[in-house]
Design a protein. Structure first.
Length: 79
């Protein structure tokens, strides 16, 4: 019985951590922008933004994923 309770608590904690992590990432961009893809360099991210310009228009930007992973860039687009 204790194992079931511990497993349920662990599941709730993990789900809460994932939800909070997603909310923090979503707040990094202005309203109306969505994370499109992740890239290894800023140049690669900007090239992907230019390549998809006919899909999402001229409004896009690249930014580092976060302090824990500054080597990954996120392409934010506005549909």
């Amino acid at each position: 019985m204790y194992r079931r309770i511990a497993a349920a608590v662990a599941t709730v904690v993990a789900a809460s951590a994932l939800a909070l992590g997603g909310a923090a990432a979503a707040e990094a961009a202005p309203p109306g922008f969505y994370a499109r893809s992740h890239h290894a360099s800023l140049a690669e991210c900007n090239a992907a933004g230019q390549a998809g310009r006919n899909i999402w228009g001229a409004l896009y930007f690249c930014e580092p994923f976060g302090p824990s992973r500054p080597d990954v860039y996120v392409l934010w687009v506005r549909y």
